[in-house]
Ligand binder design. Sequence first.
Ligand SMILES: C=C(O[C@@H]1C=C(C(=O)O)C=C[C@H]1O)C(=O)O
Length: 296
Amino acid sequence: MEVIPSSSPPFSLFFSLYINCFCSFFFHFVITYHIFMDPEKVVCDVAASDSMLTLESVRKSLIRQEDTIIFSLIERAKYPINLPAYEKHSAGISGSLVEYIVKETEALQAKAGRYESPEEHPFFPSNLPTSLVPPHNYPYVLHPAAASTNISKTIWDIYFNQLLPLFAVEGDDGNYVPTIASDLQCLQALSRRIHYGKFVAEVKYRDAPDDYGPAIRTQDKDALMKLLTFERVEEMVKRRVEKKAMVFGQEVSINDNEDKAAKYKVDPFIVSRLYGDWVMPLTKLVQVEYLLRRLD
Ligand SMILES: C=C(O[C@@H]1C=C(C(=O)O)C=C[C@H]1O)C(=O)O
């Protein structure tokens, strides 16, 4: 076998190593600067990292979130209202059972880092423990003022006082804890969707800063609402969620001859109304609140 004689490495090898090191250092610097030092402080999820933040990508996320919301409503509709879960509890705990379970769940999830995500908003933000897990570097996408936009309290009140009675039947079957667990699924899915308005607003502002700028400077809420509203899109959303509620909530039988008279787990019309009267108006409210502070 022929052995290649060892000799001192040629100058070209040192030169190419030097160039490699320089390029790698340069690209690391550029990427690090982009993520951490960008003067336009912005934060978002993986699905919409800075370069991918387009109206199409945020609408896609909203469409996917419809599935989560509808499935969570279907789950909650399994139980009757179960009023004692929401009344002041007499034994051992202060407030209602629902408040107790949601507060404790949020405290546990806060320790595991849930509220580090710019998409998550707790219902009981005061005295939440800090995260114990190493931080995930969410890319900066939103204006820092986004942190002060939180309408969880409004979502909580509307959910229990107006929405729940529309899709849960009267009654009490004693399953309070699973009922509350289902409520929390609904609340978290709705809150995530509604607060996602921040990303929608950011992308709309970036697409047309000259249109939004004057209305932001004069703090004109009506003008902002007009600019960000697309009635045609809203009509499509209402029709789509109605159809999804029909498909996801239909009774499935292996017997083709069985009576398939439309019977849905959650009334598709109610789902459409829920979106038209609450979910979309609240998402737009978040968009306006966010935009009002976009130039702070
Ligand atoms: C979210 C958007 O902004 C507005 C709110 C909508 C919603 O909450 O689904 C739909 C259309 C717009 O009026 C959007 O344009 O997609």
